[in-house]
Unconditional design. Structure first.
Length: 478
């Protein structure tokens, strides 16, 4: 176990997580299972960089005061690397309570108990008294040594909309287990809106079992082997390493700040994913502070963008389209790469329509083998929902990259120096580097997406212009 954690750190993974069961869920009590906090303490002592976390600990397994003390000390021992994932548990966990004489609450009571536990943790982490509730009694602490940074971040794990809303109100992040991208996207949107209504920003994270093959045939064989062994889960992701790149990009677009994989199968799956997937996600490995800064900025700006009323978003998008179509950089352009907008992005339909009316050949991105591929798009051509429902062309000829005369790029946040933050996969950074150096890079975004400074690293590509509803920002030369 410790060797796996050390190797994950060496391979460039961001975190290692432990489940919190006294024996494996759904299994016989005679099956062994290591206690989560003892395990993570050993991992903390054996690693230096990776985040460590519970995914998740049931709030009813330990008294809230004991949980607070365990988490605070582990957070301190790991130099502030702990993520404390907590949840209510499910009926499949009841045998553990029976085997160890632990009380088992009904679903409504478990949710109320979770909220009280989170409140107690927050109070004790902050050096305050917990006044008590229906399930968690009063306690004054203090926790010594006091946890740094106000204690570890709290993640709530759960599938239902009710749990998502509880996370929006009481947690720092929500974790959805084994969800499809469309379902995760819906929950993440609910989370953002519910948190924004309380003046909060709460991250969405994904976790699940991943059957990753070197190609689709191997992944299919691995899945069949699981079925032969009676492992009939319906929420297991399965596919090739290249498909996993596409999947993770889709999760990032859906709003996921973390994807916690449980890789299965024979051989060195950890190493295979590190070799064949991670380089595509961040071509130049970023230091932890930079990844965290980008994650925080994405969530801050997306919350603001999601809060725009539809009528106002449409009016601002119209004004942005007028400014884009008036740019001298598009005069004489024969082929322009643009994108079909999604969610709360700037509506690009007027831009696509205006370019088409001029006789410009328009290309839209399609993800193939983990890379952006420009494909010809004509008005009326069918689009399909790709990752999380992002529209991409169903058919269409591939456009040679050397024939592209200008690019209209999406993004989450921009600054006046031309730095941009996208959705976290680095796909556009790699694509832009393949174009001719003289091709104008035109970013479109609402004024609220322009920030004072975008955190950036060596592998991040800059744009030449940022077009908002109020101005055209001409950035310094690349």
């Amino acid at each position: 176990m410790l060797a796996v954690a050390r190797r994950a750190e060496e391979l460039g993974y961001d975190g290692v997580f432990a489940f919190d069961h006294f024996f494996p869920p759904g299994a016989s009590p005679d099956r062994p299972s290591l206690e989560a906090f003892a395990t993570l303490a050993a991992v903390a002592a054996s690693t230096e960089r990776v985040r460590i976390g519970t995914l998740v600990t049931r709030a009813t397994l330990r008294p809230a005061g004991l949980l607070a003390k365990l988490a605070a000390d582990l957070h301190e021992a790991s130099d502030g690397r702990l993520v404390l994932g907590i949840g209510t548990g499910d009926p499949i966990d009841k045998p553990e309570h029976d085997a160890y004489g632990l009380p088992y609450l009904d679903r409504g009571e478990r949710r109320e108990h979770l909220v009280e536990t989170a409140g107690c943790l927050r109070a004790l982490f902050g050096g305050e008294r917990w006044p008590g509730g229906r399930f968690v009694p009063p306690m004054g602490g203090p926790l010594l040594p006091a946890p740094r940074d106000g204690g570890p971040p709290l993640w709530f794990g759960g599938f239902t909309d009710a749990m998502v809303r509880l996370a929006a109100a009481h947690a720092d992040a929500w974790n959805g287990w084994g969800m499809s991208i469309p379902e995760f996207a819906r929950k993440a949107d609910l989370l953002r809106r519910a948190a924004a209504g309380r003046g909060r920003a709460v991250e969405a994270t994904w976790a699940g079992i991943a059957v990753v093959g070197r190609d689709e045939d191997e992944a299919g064989a691995m899945l069949e082997e699981r079925h032969r062994r009676g492992m009939l889960e319906t929420n297991v992701w399965a596919g090739s390493a290249q498909a996993l790149i596409w999947w993770l990009e889709g999760l990032a677009t859906a709003g996921a700040s973390w994807a916690v994989l449980v890789p299965t199968g024979s051989g060195d799956r950890l190493g295979m994913i590190a070799r064949e997937v991670l380089p595509h996600l961040r071509e130049t490995p970023s230091p932890p502070w930079l990844r965290e800064a980008k994650r925080a900025l994405r969530w801050q700006v997306r919350q603001l963008r999601d809060g725009l009323p539809p009528v106002e978003r449409a009016d601002r998008s119209r004004r942005i389209a007028e400014r884009v179509l008036a740019l001298p950089e598009l005069t004489g352009a024969r082929t322009v790469m643009a994108f079909a907008s999604f969610g709360s992005e700037v509506d690009t339909a007027p831009i696509l329509r205006g370019l088409g009316e001029r006789g410009v050949r328009v290309a839209l991105p399609r993800i193939e083998a983990g890379e952006v591929v420009p494909v010809v798009f004509r008005p009326g051509d069918p689009l399909r929902p790709a990752a999380l429902g992002v529209p991409e062309p169903v058919d269409g000829d591939r456009v040679p990259e050397g024939e592209i005369d200008a690019v209209v790029t999406p993004g989450v946040a921009f600054d006046r120096a031309g730095h941009r933050v996208g959705y976290g996969g680095g796909f556009y950074d790699r694509f832009l580097r393949r174009l001719r150096p003289d091709v104008p890079r035109i970013a479109v975004g609402f004024a609220l997406q322009v920030v004072e400074r975008v955190p950036h690293g060596e592998g991040d590509e800059r744009v030449d212009l940022v077009v908002t509803e109020g101005e055209v920002i001409r950035c310094p030369p690349r």
